[in-house]
Design a protein around this ligand. Structure first.
Ligand SMILES: [Fe+2]
Length: 277
């Protein structure tokens, strides 16, 4: 297990500077997974000391892709495709992890691979089978949900999930996700506050949220799924898809995530949903 210990790092936990698209979407009331609605302040936007980090006002700075972390010794290829890792009689606290995968232009990435693996409630990895291992793909909105248990602790590490994330045809991001308020976060040299999930209690267990940002190029132009309403005026009641373009008050905007427009969600006031182009 010590193999997973990192070499001494000069990178200490620091103030989280994450894209806040999802957080803004929540504030704007945009359509998001039920598991994310009504949650507390996103834990991943908190520093290791609990202080709120400054908000990033727009999801277009392109400077904060999800950090990489070491794979560790327990990854196994060819995990089964599944979103639910629970098995009958499996001990542990139930956990769901929901979120989105975004690309460099802050547009959602559909069909992105997420391959999760983790320790069981006892802190052990299944190195002979595929218990608590599984891969899945983001849906058309770039969203994913994993159903599993809270991983147990094992010597030398704080609580964590392992994951590989890959946009179609792009390099693999290998990283780990962390839980807030874990005592060992302060002593695990690998811990990175930028990889903290937002975790709350609920639904008979714990619900976590995290959105990945991959350092992959994206064309924020027309949606590949069909002709966008290019040039048409933004209008309430319209179902927009990521990549759709509209005009509003003489300016052009591109849709960042699918939603149905409502009063108060005008593009200039909903940066989670629209970006000026
Ligand atoms: Fe691990």
């Amino acid at each position: 297990m010590d193999n997973e210990r990192p070499s001494p790092s000069t990178e200490s936990p620091r103030l989280v500077r994450r894209k806040t698209l999802l957080r803004t979407a929540l504030a704007a009331g945009a359509a998001v997974p039920v598991a994310l609605i009504g949650g507390p302040a996103l834990a991943r936007t908190l520093s290791s000391t609990g202080a709120a980090a400054p908000l990033t006002p727009a999801c277009d700075d392109g400077d904060d892709p999800t950090p990489e972390q070491m794979e560790g010794p327990y990854f196994k290829p060819h995990s089964p495709q599944r979103t639910d890792l629970l098995e009958p009689g499996m001990p542990g606290t139930r956990l769901t992890v929901s979120g989105y995968v975004f690309g460099g232009a802050c547009l959602p990435v559909s069909g992105a691979l997420l391959d999760f693996w983790q320790a069981d409630d006892n802190g052990d990895y299944d190195n002979t089978g595929f218990r608590l291992r599984g891969h899945q793909y983001t849906d058309s909105r770039g969203a994913f949900t994993l159903t599993t248990i809270v991983p147990g602790l094992y010597p030398g590490r704080t609580r964590h999930l392992h994951v590989k994330v890959q946009a179609p045809g792009r390099p693999v991001l290998t990283t780990q996700l962390y839980f807030p308020n874990e005592p060992r976060n302060n002593t695990d040299m690998l811990f990175d506050a930028r990889l903290l999930m937002n975790v709350r209690n609920g639904n008979g267990g714990r619900e976590a949220a995290f959105d990945f940002v991959l350092d992959v190029p994206q064309d924020p132009g027309p949606s590949p799924t069909g002709p966008p309403p290019s040039g048409s005026a933004w209008a309430t009641g319209t179902a927009y898809r990521a990549g759709d373009r509209v005009t509003h008050a003489g300016r052009a905007y591109v849709c960042l995530q699918a939603h149905t427009a409502q009063p108060g969600w005008e593009p200039p006031t909903a940066p989670a949903l629209w970006r000026a182009v």
